[in-house]
Design a binder for this molecule. Structure first.
Ligand code: NAI
Ligand code: 15L
Length: 268
C-alpha cells in the first residue's frame, strides 16, 4: 500500500517549509521533526538527529520518511560528522528497528560536485557517474547514499536518494538555470519516490525539465516522475543580470559550481 503517514525531518528548513505545504495535497499525513521549532506547527517534534532515542520515537509508526534534516551547506568536519553522518545513521537504525519500509533521502548534486559540467556537445551526466564530492558536505551525502545501499542490501529498508540541484521558489543564478528544481516538481518527485514500486536503493537527480539541464533524469522518470517546469522562463532576466557562465572561471568548470572554490558556510 502507498504510504500515508510520513515523517518529514528538517521541517523548519527552506525545503521543509515548502514541502509542508506541497505534500499534504497528495494525501500524506505529515509528522514534523526538526531541531528548531517549526513556525505555525506546535505539534512538530523538536529533536536532534544526534539523539538516537528521539529519532527512534519520531519514526515509530510512520509508513515512510522524507529525510531533509541536516547541515545543508559546508561546515567543519566535526559538525558534519555529528549532524549528517551520525544523524543519518541514527535515522536508518531507527527505520530498521521500527520496521519503516522506505526513506526518501535528500542527497545533493555536491556528492558529484567535481564532475566537469557538460559544455558544448558533452553528454548529460549519468546517475552512475563516479562520485566526486566537492566539500565535506558533499562527502556526507556520499555516505548517506552508501548507508542507504547497505540498509537495502542487508535489512530491506528501501531508499530513493535524490541528488537535489537547487530547490527554491525561483532560480537566482545562471548556474541554477541548469540545476533548478521548482518546488512543485520537487513535490512531484518526492511523491513518485514515496510511491514507486520496487525501488530497492535508487539514485536520481532532482530537477525540473530545464532546457539547460546538466544531468540525466532517466532514473527519476522511471519512478513515474514527470517534471512540468523549465527554468528557461527565467533565463533572459538572469543572463541580462549576470552574463553566461564563463568557461574559464574555475567556479563554473564543475557541476558543483562555487562549492568547489568558495562554498557557502553553514551559519550555526
Ligand atoms: P535548510 O538548512 O534550510 O534546512 C535544514 C533543516 O535541518 C534546518 O531546519 C535545521 O534546523 C535542520 N537540522 C540541521 N541539523 C539538524 C539536527 N542535527 N537535528 C535535527 N534537525 C537538524 O536546508 P534545505 O535547503 O531546506 O535542505 C534540506 C535538505 O535537502 C538538506 O539535507 C540539504 O542538504 C538537501 N538539499 C537541499 C537543496 C536545496 O536546493 N534546498 C539542494 C541539495 C540538497
Ligand atoms: C545544496 O546542496 C544546498 O543544500 C543548497 O542550499 C544549494 O546551495 C544547492 O546545493 C545548490 O547547489 O545550489
Amino acid at each position: 500500500p502507498a504510504p500515508r503517514t510520513v515523517l518529514l525531518t528538517g521541517a523548519a528548513g527552506g525545503l521543509g517549509t515548502l514541502m509542508r505545504e506541497l505534500l499534504p495535497p497528495y494525501g500524506y499525513d505529515l509528522r514534523l521533526f526538526d531541531m528548531r521549532p517549526v513556525d505555525g506547527a506546535p505539534d512538530a517534534i523538536v529533536g536532534d538527529l544526534g539523539d538516537r532515542d528521539a529519532v527512534r520515537e519520531a519514526v515509530r509508526g510512520v509508513d515512510a520518511v522524507v529525510h531533509l534534516a541536516g547541515i545543508s551547506l559546508e561546515s567543519s568536519f566535526d559538525k558534519i560528522l555529528k549532524a549528517n553522518i551520525e544523524g543519518t545513521y541514527h535515522l536508518y537504525e531507527a527505520a530498521r528497528e521500527e520496521g519503516v519500509r522506505r526513506i526518501v533521502f535528500a542527497s545533493s548534486n555536491h556528492a558529484v560536485g567535481y564532475t566537469p559540467r557538460p559544455q558544448g556537445d558533452n553528454p548529460l551526466i549519468p546517475v552512475d557517474t563516479p562520485r566526486r564530492p566537492d566539500t565535506f558536505y558533499g562527502l556526507s551525502k556520499c555516505f548517506g547514499e552508501d548507508l542507504a545501499q547497505l540498509y537495502w542490501d542487508k535489512h530491506g529498508v528501501e531508499t530513493v536518494s535524490v541528488r537535489i540541484g537547487s530547490c527554491f521558489p525561483e532560480p537566482t543564478s545562471v548556474r541554477m538555470l541548469s540545476v533548478w528544481m521548482s518546488p512543485a516538481d520537487g513535490a512531484r518527485l518526492f511523491h513518485a519516490a514515496l510511491t514507486a514500486e520496487g525501488v530497492g536503493h535508487t539514485v536520481v537527480y532532482g530537477s525540473s525539465a530545464n532546457t539547460r539541464l546538466w544531468w540525466d533524469l532517466g532514473s527519476a522518470r522511471a519512478l513515474g516522475y514527470e517534471p512540468r517546469d523549465d527554468s528557461e522562463v527565467f533565463a533572459e532576466k538572469l543572463i541580462a543580470e549576470h552574463g553566461e557562465l564563463d568557461p574559464r572561471d574555475p567556479s563554473h568548470a564543475h557541476l558543483g559550481g562555487h562549492f568547489t572554490t568558495n562554498p557557502p558556510i553553514w551559519p550555526y
